[in-house]
Design a protein around this ligand. Structure first.
Ligand SMILES: [Zn+2]
Ligand SMILES: [Zn+2]
Length: 159
């Protein structure tokens, strides 16, 4: 059986599939990745196989003369990093259905690493649903997030 991976954005308007194994799994601490993902680091997996868009396609923002960054135009989930106009995009690790299958082995731009990565274990651990109030909210909360698997049909926003 071939190794393969699927994923997509939070709302489910954009879904992808790609055959593995990945050719590279990395995080990048550069300021461009931080800004593009609204996050502290840019975790990406790249593949030799062409990424197939199985539902929708990302909108592209050209962040430099060489790089295009893709995101869902409906929900804003950052999805891709693409070098060159027709390049095969790398995919954000967090958007995969099983992100735990992709472990970065390379760190780019360590000189810009956010201070939190030296202090992860010093943080107070606060489980979700720790208080009665939170438990009450979680009990009735209706998620509109696409499930972590392919679906035959899907209505964005849960209507
Ligand atoms: Zn979306
Ligand atoms: Zn970067």
């Amino acid at each position: 059986m071939n190794e393969s991976y699927s994923g997509g954005c939070q709302c489910g308007a954009v879904r992808y599939h790609v055959e593995g194994p990945p050719s590279g799994v990395s995080i990048c601490n550069c300021r461009m990745c931080q800004k593009a993902l609204g996050n502290l680091t840019g975790p990406f997996a790249s593949f030799k196989a062409r990424v197939a868009w199985t539902r929708g396609a990302p909108k592209l923002f050209r962040s430099s003369d060489r790089v295009w960054r893709g995101f869902c135009a409906d929900c804003g989930t950052p999805l891709t990093y693409q070098w060159g106009e027709g390049g095969n995009p790398a995919l954000t690790i967090g958007s995969f259905d099983e992100p735990e299958r992709l472990l970065p082995t390379v760190e780019f731009a360590r000189d810009n690493r956010h201070p939190i990565f030296e202090h992860y274990d010093a943080m107070v651990v606060e489980p979700l649903g720790n208080t009665d109030e939170e438990r009450d909210i979680l009990a009735v909360l209706r998620s509109f997030q696409h499930p972590d698997r392919d679906t035959d049909s899907w209505t964005v926003g849960g209507q």
